[in-house]
Design a protein around this ligand. Structure first.
Ligand code: FAD
Ligand code: MLT
Ligand code: ZN
Length: 500
């Protein structure tokens, strides 16, 4: 039961023994930092085994699609504890999977077999915040939302935001190079992350935790760890540039009758509100219906009728009257020109949250409806929706599409402003027959339009053999060389990322 990927456990890695757990118990001072199902040698009292169910949350992913069977979870609280753990694992050939908030969507943060889980939630201190420069230095296990609340009190905000903000760690965000809902405005973590502290697979601590914005002395090594998905080092500290929190935020949702209209409206919104635009998201009627039926907290439909497409736009500025006026004018213009069928502007914070919930609840609602095959693709904006329609046609042709059928819904939504499409195919089960209708078709389609098979969720286990659809053989060869430089024994997050 390891998702749909088929790989075999490598004999290169040691089988854990109680002596290994004893060694970790010497590194980690509190018994609560070790969760293991391995029984101690008789007479030993240095640790107590736990019921296997206590490891479930670490062995299974957010979608309950990928399942490992680790017998040991370690919860270090300091960089030096992480370093000592890795020195031991390196010496003994013990395979390790770094885990943050376990909200990843490609099976990258859970073990495939019996790898040791190093869970970084204990590294949760804010180290410093420079209120003039807006630079934050913190432990990697800090939760994104907690960081945003902390610096929010000082008038700043985190440069990224995602639906998983209440559980994901900043270290996990950096490791996956998460994009999210405001990428359009604040850009990639490759630009905002200023420095990292990383424990390498042999336990070496690499300190690049600079807060300098400009530093042209040699290779920018931290960039290698951004998006490396825990394959070349464990991130323990993050320095990040944070923008001022806007004093005026507006949100509007427009209803549209075609995907062409979505693209036209995107152009109009950039023309009228370009300098204050902070998000431009789209979702189709299927996604909207799934949210209306399955979101845990009922999400109110603000419109009188259902429409084929919706876009959510958010503006962030410093002058509410100015921004309100711009949005009002935009709305009138779009209505007069017949570019949108309907539109709502949030009048207060509750309505603003309600409109965001229409978009943010899609992954959760799809997960409530069934088992979700998730695809996260980059491609030219004009091509995006044709793929969603092609997928529906394929399922129709196989006679498996429609409510109550094996494939209950094909949802198309995403960060259209970034050319990032999400397709969520909601099925009754993770049936390999359904997967074979989707793959490799979806990857070939994406490759043919020169897209990427991962815009933001990463490769993980799901796409460990799919990178060739996007990257050239030469690039892959050099990536493998880089992996080998940092992790010649291959102990860090094996079976994932680049297995071609
Ligand atoms: P985990 O899931 O624990 O791990 C993810 C990967 O990073 C694994 O490979 C793991 O080994 C590695 N890793 C974790 N921590 C470290 C560390 N400290 N050092 C080294 N490696 C580490 N992603 C987006 O890009 N945009 C979105 O809009 C978005 N929205 C989401 C909404 C929901 C509801 C959910 C459930 C997920 C969403 N995601 C999104 C997926 C996204 O990848 C994660 O939410 C987040 O970035 C992962 O952080 P995490 O701490 O949960 O990492
Ligand atoms: C999103 O944009 O909602 C996320 O990337 C999560 C997802 O698509 O499941
Ligand atoms: Zn996304």
């Amino acid at each position: 039961r390891r998702g749909l990927a088929t790989v075999a456990r490598s004999d290169a890695f040691a089988n854990l023994t109680s002596a290994d757990v004893e060694a970790f118990a010497k590194i980690l001072p509190s018994p609560s930092q070790i969760l293991t199902t391995i029984a101690p040698e008789s007479g030993s009292a240095s640790y107590q085994p736990v019921d296997p169910s206590e490891l479930d949350t670490f062995n299974n992913d957010w979608m309950n699609k990928y399942h490992g069977r680790s017998q040991l979870v370690l919860k270090p609280k300091t960089t030096s504890e992480v370093s000592e753990i890795m020195k031991y694992c390196h010496a003994k050939n013990i395979a390790v999977v770094p885990q943050g908030g376990n909200t990843g969507l490609v099976g990258g943060g859970v073990p495939v077999f019996d790898e040791v889980v190093v869970q970084l939630g204990g590294l949760n201190k804010i180290r410093s915040f420079d209120e003039v420069a807006g630079t934050l230095v913190c432990d990697a296990g800090c939760i994104l939302e907690s960081l945003d609340n902390h610096i929010g009190e000082k008038g700043y905000m985190m440069p990224l935001d995602l639906g998983a903000k209440g559980s994901c760690h900043i270290g996990g965000n950096v490791a996956t190079n998460a994009g999210g809902l405001r990428f359009l405005r604040y850009g990639s973590l490759h630009g905002t992350v200023l420095g990292l502290e990383v424990v390498l697979p042999d336990g070496t601590v690499m300190d690049t935790l600079s807060t300098l914005r400009k530093d042209n002395t040699g290779f920018d090594l931290k960039q290698l760890f951004i998006g490396s998905e825990g394959t070349i080092g464990l991130i323990t500290g993050v320095a990040i540039a944070t923008p001022r929190r806007p004093s005026a935020v507006n949100v509007a949702v427009f209803a549209l009758d075609s995907y062409d209209a979505v693209q036209t409206v995107f152009g109009q919104v950039k023309k009228h509100c370009g300098e204050i635009l902070s998000a431009f998201e789209f979702f189709d009627q299927t996604s909207f219906d799934v949210v209306q039926k399955h979101a845990t907290a009922g999400v109110r439909d603000p419109f009188e009728a259902r429409h084929p497409f919706y876009v959510l736009i958010e503006t962030s500025g410093s002058n509410k009257d100015h921004d309100d006026e711009k949005l009002q004018l935009l709305l009138e213009h779009l209505m007069e020109e017949g570019m949108i069928q309907d539109g709502v502007l949030a009048q207060d914070e509750t309505q603003l949250q309600g409109l965001w919930a229409l978009r943010e609840s899609i992954p959760e609602a799809a997960g409530k409806m069934g088992k979700v095959f998730k695809y996260d693709l980059s491609m030219p904006i004009d091509k995006m929706y044709a793929l969603v329609q092609d997928m529906r046609t394929r399922f129709d042709e196989h006679g498996v599409h429609g409510e109550g059928n094996d494939v209950g819904a094909v949802c198309g939504y995403g960060h259209i402003g970034d050319g990032n499409l999400h397709i969520n195919i909601v099925a009754k089960s993770y049936d390999p027959k359904i997967e074979s209708i989707i793959e490799p078709y979806i990857y070939e389609w994406t490759s043919n339009v020169k897209g990427s098979v991962s815009a933001e969720h990463g490769l993980g286990l799901m796409k460990a053999t799919k990178i060739g659809y996007t990257k050239t053989p030469e690039s892959i060869e050099y990536m493998k060389k880089i992996k080998n430089v940092f992790d010649p024994k291959g102990i860090l997050n094996p079976y994932k990322y680049i297995q071609v």
